[in-house]
Ligand binder design. Structure first.
Ligand SMILES: Cc1ncc(C[n+]2csc(CCOP(=O)(O)OP(=O)(O)O)c2C)c(N)n1
Ligand SMILES: [Mg+2]
Length: 817
């Protein structure tokens, strides 16, 4: 929208605002807001005390930010989305998404999924989320609830996802084919609200997101809470000119140049903030203009967190100013000044909220503590029931001593109970055992309680509902006599063609994939056919491409985020690891973000275009499935499978396979490859080679050469690294060959070490080995440029031949010279 029109619209809105703001600011509303602010503050104060007295582990609170959040919450409608950070407790309470009791459940880390849907005790306090799926994995009606994506602690980590949440509204509005998806969006009228601290705007994610939002013109409303500090470091060290709104001025919309709208408010100015948010959000919602609210003069009365006091780094003048400009104090003064209420009335509200917070604390603590006490009592009862009075000298402590110590713990946690049970188990004497069955009883207690602990702390790394991609049944590619042999890129393209027809919610976006159809032409011509809203070029901004995908996936779309080369995924790795990979886990199974990341790697040319940093990936993205197809038919098969389930996954296409010819299946878009099922490419009897991706082809060549030397190799393509061989196909091979070579292009001790651990330890493969297992990998350095660089940096068919021959020679020296 051009600047003139925008100003006009704002003027109209402001006029409307004055009317509606006056309506909103009735005495009743104002006092309810004041009550909420004081209740929130009381929670912060008591919460801090709970940590300092040792009942809770860590606390970070929303004190000093209450009033702006109340003003903002007034504009948050059902269907809207939040992506914020740990200061947002008042905002969440104002939206009825967080109660004082839940505040304590989170603070103590209560793992009972029944009492609080936010996080199952898995994340710090004040990290919020609202479920986007039902317990059976089906989508909730997201337009009938106020939505919050799940917070993460890394500063500015909420920004890339925020972009995606806002971008979804654009797609739901502009793509008319999506107007029928009314449980996801009402024609894109939803605003994505974000919050961020002033210091966190120093992060690259913030700038990348703001730029992308300006380019995309999406309804993203970011509030910067400016309290002048990032822990102890003042904003002069964080922000050029010390003002985020000043330096963002170049982003502002101008005549004929759409950008962002910047609005400024003061953190203590209740009336002003109510108007400010009404005006800004109306513009954002109506015209999809990104808006930045710079909320200055905010305070932090209790200091950054429970990790230390702010008196260490704030001057006495600053502390005095913060006292004076405490937003609740200021609001109270305004209320009295406007004769809305007397100071006695306000004092009464404060006393009532202090009481309410105290009551919530008491109840929250009881609810947290009582299951632990019950667990302990059951344990003590088992031990107490034994008749044997053993007085044997034991190494650590006697059963009686351990039990006495446990009983003395005033507020036991599960760790106390388990430590005691496990130590006692070590000290059960022979006569205890004969007389009382104590050992059996203790084992039973541990088994039962470990099962519940595992539910609390281990479950939901991956989707466990019926929508899990692991439930998708395989469909083989069908070939007939007239199936054509075509370059791999065309297999992908023709498969995509079917997918875009079949799934209206499917979109893909990334660098160069729109107009030219991808650097490898795997989407050639498809933008023309399906339109720019579905196959979309983006800026070079990997972190926000990822975030864009996460936000879309949370809102029910089916995004494939395209990262041009695996080597550049590192720009997005933080978001991939911290955000996407933990979404399901950190919400205790309450949210899904079924984002598919498509990229390509392995052998091509040089240090930044042929990487296989697979161990970096698999070790940092558990929670995301990792597919490493050997060719494009396999890659297409994985996309087809993934779109039938609701899990995040990454597919790494083999970079050197786009031009190689493959037989085109007769059922594009339909054939599906099951995750976690390796494929035996060549059967053999002497030795098993396990590999994946581009090295499968090289190993197949080596196997041919070895056959000429009377060595029979069984070659297995693992296909997906996570999940890894769910059916024990590899160990079955090892049982037959008794020899194992793990092969890939990663660094030594990288993914081959992971595979070895899976096969030897998890599948018990070591039991069946007659020779020491070996790994053959790329070199420690990155692959050098040119074909020779590749030959000497990564395993070749000759390297594989030699490694296998060597193993056979060691095993049967008289045969292999
Ligand atoms: C990437 C990252 N670096 C450092 C931290 C540690 N840390 C937590 S909060 C914080 C300061 C954030 O300040 P600001 O953004 O102004 O928010 P405020 O706490 O003042 O509201 C820091 C450095 C972190 N969580 N993430
Ligand atoms: Mg700050």
């Amino acid at each position: 929208m051009i600047a003139d029109q925008e100003t006009k619209l704002i003027r109209i809105l402001m006029k409307q605002n004055e009317r509606s703001a006056i309506r909103q600011l009735s005495k009743e509303n104002i006092l309810a807001d004041f009550r909420l602010a004081t209740l929130s503050r009381q929670l912060s104060i008591i919460g801090r005390r709970e940590v300092l007295t040792g009942k809770a582990k860590f606390g970070i609170f929303g004190d000093g930010k209450e009033i702006a959040q109340i003003a903002m919450a007034k504009q948050f409608k059902e269907g809207d989305w939040r992506s914020g950070y740990y200061r947002d407790q008042t905002w969440m309470m104002a939206m009825d998404l967080y109660t004082p009791l839940e505040f304590f459940h989170q603070l103590y880390g209560n793992t009972d999924r029944g009492v609080f849907t936010g996080s199952g005790g898995r994340v710090f306090n004040n990290h919020f989320s609202v479920p986007n799926i039902n317990p059976d994995g089906s989508w909730k009606d997201l337009t009938k609830q106020k939505n919050s994506s799940a917070d993460i602690s890394p500063t500015a980590g909420q920004m890339p996802r925020l972009l995606g949440l806002a971008y979804a509204s654009k797609l739901f509005r502009q793509n008319k084919d999506l107007h029928g998806y009314t449980s996801f969006s009402i024609k894109g009228n939803e605003v994505a609200f974000g919050s961020i601290g002033d210091a966190s705007t120093s992060e690259g994610h913030f700038w990348e997101t703001m730029n992308a939002a300006g380019v995309l013109q999406v309804p993203m409303a970011v509030s910067v809470y400016d309290d002048g500090y990032g822990i102890s470091v003042p904003k002069e060290y964080q922000t050029t000119k010390g003002s985020i709104s000043d330096i963002l001025k170049g982003f502002e919309s101008e005549e004929g140049k759409p950008g962002i709208k910047i609005l400024k408010g003061k953190g203590w100015d209740y009336q002003g903030l109510v108007k400010l948010y009404e005006e800004g959000i109306a513009l954002c919602r109506m015209d999809h203009v990104p808006v930045l609210f710079h909320i200055e003069e905010m305070t932090q009365p209790l200091g950054h967190s429970t990790s230390g006091s702010h008196e260490r780094y704030k001057s006495s003048e600053r502390l005095k100013w913060e006292e004076e400009f405490d937003p609740i104090k200021k609001m109270g003064e305004w209320i009295i000044d406007q004769k809305i209420a007397t100071s006695e009335e306000l004092d009464r509200i404060k006393a009532e909220t202090a009481n309410e917070a105290k009551e919530a604390r008491k109840k929250g603590w009881e609810m947290f503590q009582s299951p632990m006490n019950i667990e302990r009592d059951a344990l003590v009862k088992i031990i107490g029931a034994r008749k044997c009075q053993c007085h044997e000298e034991v190494k650590e402590a006697s059963v009686d001593k351990i039990t006495d110590d446990l009983v003395k713990v005033i507020s036991p946690i599960r760790k106390d109970n388990f430590m005691a049970a496990r130590k006692i188990l070590r000290n059960v004497c022979e006569s205890c055992n004969k007389a009382d069955n104590l050992k059996v009883e203790l084992h039973g207690w541990l088994k039962r309680n470990y099962a519940t602990a595992s539910e609390s702390y281990d479950a939901f790394l991956y989707n466990e509902t019926p929508t899990s991609v692991l439930n998708v049944k395989p469909v083989p590619p069908v070939f007939s006599d007239n199936s054509a042999e075509i370059p791999g890129r065309q297999v992908l393209r023709d498969n995509y063609d079917k997918l875009f027809t079949k799934y209206p919610l499917l979109v893909t976006f990334g660098e160069d994939i729109g107009y030219i159809g991808g650097v490898n032409q795997s989407l050639e011509g498809l933008q023309k056919k399906f339109g720019e809203l579905r196959i979309t070029d983006t800026g070079i901004r990997e972190a926000t491409i990822l975030g864009q995908g996460i936000g879309l996936a949370l809102r029910g779309m089916r995004p494939i985020a395209e990262i041009q080369y695996l080597d550049y995924l590192m720009y997005a790795l933080q978001i991939l690891s911290d955000d996407l990979a933990t979404t399901h886990y950190r919400t205790a199974g309450r949210m899904v973000a079924p984002l598919i990341i498509s990229t390509r790697g392995h052998r091509l040319e040089g240090i930044w275009h042929s990487g296989s940093p697979m161990s970096m990936l698999i070790n940092s993205v558990r929670g995301v499935y990792v597919c490493a197809p050997r060719d494009m038919t396999r890659a297409a098969g994985f996309y087809n499978t993934l779109l039938e389930g609701n899990d995040p996954a990454i597919v790494i296409e083999p970079l050197n396979g786009y031009r190689l010819k493959e037989k085109m299946p007769d059922n594009p878009g339909e054939f599906r490859i099951q995750l976690g099922v390796p494929e035996v490419i060549i059967t053999g009897s002497d030795l098993t080679i396990v590999t994946y991706g581009s090295t499968v082809r090289i190993a197949a060549e080596a196997a041919k050469q070895l056959a000429a030397h009377d060595i029979s190799v069984e070659l297995i393509d693992v296909q997906t690294l996570v999940p890894f061989d769910s059916h024990g196909i590899i160990v079955d091979s090892v049982k037959k060959t008794n020899r194992l070579l793990l092969l890939d292009e990663d660094v030594p001790g990288g993914t081959t070490a992971f595979m070895m651990q899976q096969i030897l330890e998890k599948q018990d493969g070591w039991n069946f080995l007659d020779s020491p297992p070996r790994t053959l990998t790329g070199k420690e350095h990155r692959p050098a440029y040119t074909t020779d660089g590749d030959y000497f940096s990564k395993p070749s068919a000759e390297d594989i031949f030699d490694a296998v021959y060597e193993m056979m020679k060691e095993a049967i020296p008289h045969k292999f010279k």
